[in-house]
Design a protein. Structure first.
Length: 289
């Protein structure tokens, strides 16, 4: 029994690392730019297709494709913020919601047109490898994805707390008007925040390819979990999103193991409702960090 629980916890933590990259991107955009990006999952999908193309056409390992997908999606985020997002920023949230939702639908249907609904996979030398110890099974591909995801999350935390630009982003998240009066350029800060969020989505896509199939609707699976993690961890709180993502991964895995194969999301949403009932402000206590 203990071995089964331990295996479920390990599986949940490993996939929770991917959830963390997506949810941190969502919460970073909300915390700094103050909009909800409904298209975040589609950029995970784009990252997966980019990695698939680089692997099949150039033989590039999905892990190495991180050095392509992250800069490419960072640049895409900067351009989207400059040409689209900044034009709808204002007191009215509806144009922002419609814009990101329309962007999500556009990218999804473009993927369907270009790639069809077929599943695409990349098989690497470590896709089927696993570590065995004390009766537990740890897939190497998922372990690598988890380690890289945590490293990227840590790098973002260091960037936000130790660099001038990172501190400017935190200042803009806390009070945009005061930050502007202190000489911070909000457009520059917003562009970097949006670019960084999409770069994390691209990283998640590359890390998923060795053990997960790419198809046009794949992003919706991860963005749903990301939104739950963002709410659970408190909107705009990066650390809260990270902790909530890991908790959700474990809850989903335990639900699948002990309740049923289709019950993972049910357990996750039950955990969300219970947590918010006990602590309505979320795990982060309502503080934007």
């Amino acid at each position: 029994m203990l071995e089964t629980v331990a295996q479920a916890v390990i599986n949940g933590l490993l996939i929770g690392g991917i959830y963390a990259l997506v949810s941190i991107g969502v919460t970073l955009i909300f915390g700094v730019v103050k909009i909800v990006n409904f298209a975040q999952g589609e950029f995970v999908m784009i990252g997966m297709y980019l990695s698939f193309y680089l692997a099949t056409q150039f033989g590039l390992d999905p892990l190495l494709s991180l050095f392509v997908t992250m800069p490419a999606l960072f640049a895409a985020g900067v351009l989207i913020q400059h040409f689209l997002i900044r034009r709808v920023l204002g007191p009215n949230d509806m144009p922002q919601i419609f814009l990101t939702f329309a962007l999500s639908l556009l990218l999804l249907n473009l993927a369907l047109m270009l790639f069809t609904a077929n599943y695409r996979t990349v098989h690497t030398s470590y896709s089927d490898a696993a570590l065995h110890f004390a009766g537990l099974y740890v897939p190497v591909a998922k372990l690598i994805a988890f380690v890289v995801a945590m490293a990227l999350s840590g790098a973002l935390w260091v960037f936000l707390h130790t660099t001038d630009l990172g501190k400017a982003m935190r200042a803009a998240a806390q009070n945009r008007d005061v930050a502007t009066l202190m000489g911070i350029n909000p457009n520059r800060v917003f562009a970097v925040a949006f670019g960084a969020a999409l770069a994390l989505a691209g990283a998640a896509g590359s890390l998923l390819m060795p053990f997960y199939s790419a198809y046009p609707f794949v992003g919706q699976v991860f963005v749903l979990m990301a939104f739950v993690a963002v709410v659970l961890g408190t909107l705009g709180n990066v650390i809260g999103a990270l902790v909530a993502s890991l908790m959700m991964g474990v809850a989903e895995s335990l639900g699948i193991q002990f309740v049923g194969a289709d019950s993972g999301l049910i357990v996750v949403f039950a955990m969300l409702l219970l947590t918010l009932a006990l602590k309505p402000t979320g795990l982060g206590g309502g503080r934007v960090r």
